[in-house]
Structures are given as structure tokens and as C-alpha cells.
Design a protein around this ligand. Structure first.
Ligand SMILES: C[S@@+](CC[C@H](N)C(=O)[O-])C[C@H]1O[C@@H](n2cnc3c(N)ncnc32)[C@H](O)[C@@H]1O
Length: 193
């Protein structure tokens, strides 16, 4: 049995069931962004609707006015969480992803004034203020991160991050594993003390 493909039809059914109560159906702006990404050939690696909504709710619950997103793809969840005077800086390394999100998805959502898509590679984030929060997605990776026989660049990167955080007395963090539309993965929630 391949544990890396742990998602089952029960899991798929469960997420769809909950979403049918909790996620707005026929969300014209979101539906456009999702379809547009597919039509433009962007990779199918966006957050699920449930994950996007979690990020959106967390941002709203802390009253985030300034959000830094690393890796825009074509997503609009973070931009939508902003109050009228909020700002999203979203960094994207890929020219096509940046163009599609900036010129099409954010524009269609009416978010272009609050959301600045910057074509740039993020390297490190050292400017988090005390009380500031970071959520890092894709840190479980089907269990591969904790499987030392797997040494792909993504798994190794997460291990390096964990080792750094263990020594960093200013950051407090926890990982939550998830199973759902995006199979078996997880996110890390971290704050600067
Ligand atoms: C999983 S997707 C992001 C999902 C998206 N935020 C959403 O709402 O669905 C990862 C994105 O990060 C971009 N990326 C990868 N490495 C990067 C880096 N060092 N700096 C900026 N963007 C990066 C990729 O091109 C890709 O578009």
C-alpha cells in the first residue's frame, strides 16, 4: 500500500460534504480565478477551498492589515481577507503566474489597488514583528518530510526549516497535518514572540 496516496474516497467525500455547508457555492470571482488558472496552464497546486478559507479567516480574526504572501500562483484568498485599508504584497517567482494573478484574477476580483503582485523570488523572511504570524503550507508532504529515505529538495527544505526553528528562541510554532482535497499534507503555524 502506498501511504503517500493516503487520501481516500471517504476523505474526498467528507471535505465536499463540509464545503457544501461552509463554502459559498457559485462564487463568481473565485470560480473565475480557479478556471482561469487552469485555462492559462498554471500548475494544479493551489490551496483547496477549505484551506484558502482557513487562511482568509485567520487573517480576518487577527485583523491583518498587512499580509505578505510568498507564492501567489493565481490565488485571491489572502487579498479577499483584507479590510478596505489593507495591503497584500504577494511575491511570485514565475512570470506567467504573476501576470495571470495581477492582470486577470486580482483585477476581476476588484482587488488590484490593495494587492501588489511582485515578480520576485523570496529568500528569507527576517522582518516579522513581535506578535506577527507566519503560516507555511506543504510541510508534511505525504509524510515524506519525516521519511529519511526521501531526499527531494522540498522535503529537505522543510527539514532545514524545522532544524532552524528548533534553535530559534523567538519563534514558537506547531505543525498540523491535514488530509483532504490536497491529499495528505500539513501546515505550520508560527508566531514571533
Ligand atoms: C503552492 S503555489 C501557491 C498557492 C497560492 N498561494 C494559492 O493561494 O493557492 C506556490 C507558488 O510559489 C511560487 N514560488 C516558488 N518558489 C518561490 C520563491 N522562492 N519566491 C516566490 N514565489 C515562489 C511558485 O511559482 C507557485 O506559483
Amino acid at each position: 500500500m502506498n501511504l503517500y496516496n493516503a487520501a481516500t474516497s471517504v476523505v474526498d467525500w467528507s471535505e465536499k460534504y463540509h464545503n457544501s455547508f461552509l463554502i459559498t457555492a457559485n462564487d463568481e470571482v473565485l470560480d473565475f480565478a480557479v478556471k482561469n488558472c487552469i485555462d492559462q496552464g498554471l500548475p494544479d497546486i493551489a490551496v483547496s477551498a477549505a484551506q484558502g478559507k482557513l487562511l482568509n479567516l485567520v487573517a480576518q480574526s487577527i485583523g491583518a492589515k498587512r499580509i505578505l504572501e510568498v507564492g501567489t500562483l493565481g490565488g485571491i484568498w489572502m487579498g479577499r481577507a483584507l479590510p478596505h485599508d489593507g495591503t497584500l504584497i504577494t511575491l511570485e517567482i514565475d512570470t506567467l503566474h504573476a501576470k495571470v494573478s495581477r492582470e486577470e484574477n486580482f483585477a476581476k476580483a476588484g482587488l488590484e489597488n490593495k494587492c501588489k503582485v511582485t515578480l520576485s523570488a523570496a529568500e528569507s523572511m527576517t522582518n516579522l514583528h513581535p506578535g506577527g504570524m507566519i503560516i507555511v503550507d506543504n510541510v508534511v508532504r505525504y509524510g515524506q518530510v519525516s521519511d529519511m529515505s526521501v531526499n527531494d529538495v522540498n522535503s529537505v527544505g522543510v527539514r532545514e526549516m524545522l532544524a532552524t526553528l528548533k534553535e530559534d528562541k523567538d519563534i514558537d510554532a506547531t505543525t498540523i497535518a491535514t488530509v483532504g482535497e490536497r491529499a495528505f499534507d500539513g501546515f505550520m503555524y508560527a508566531i514571533r514572540k
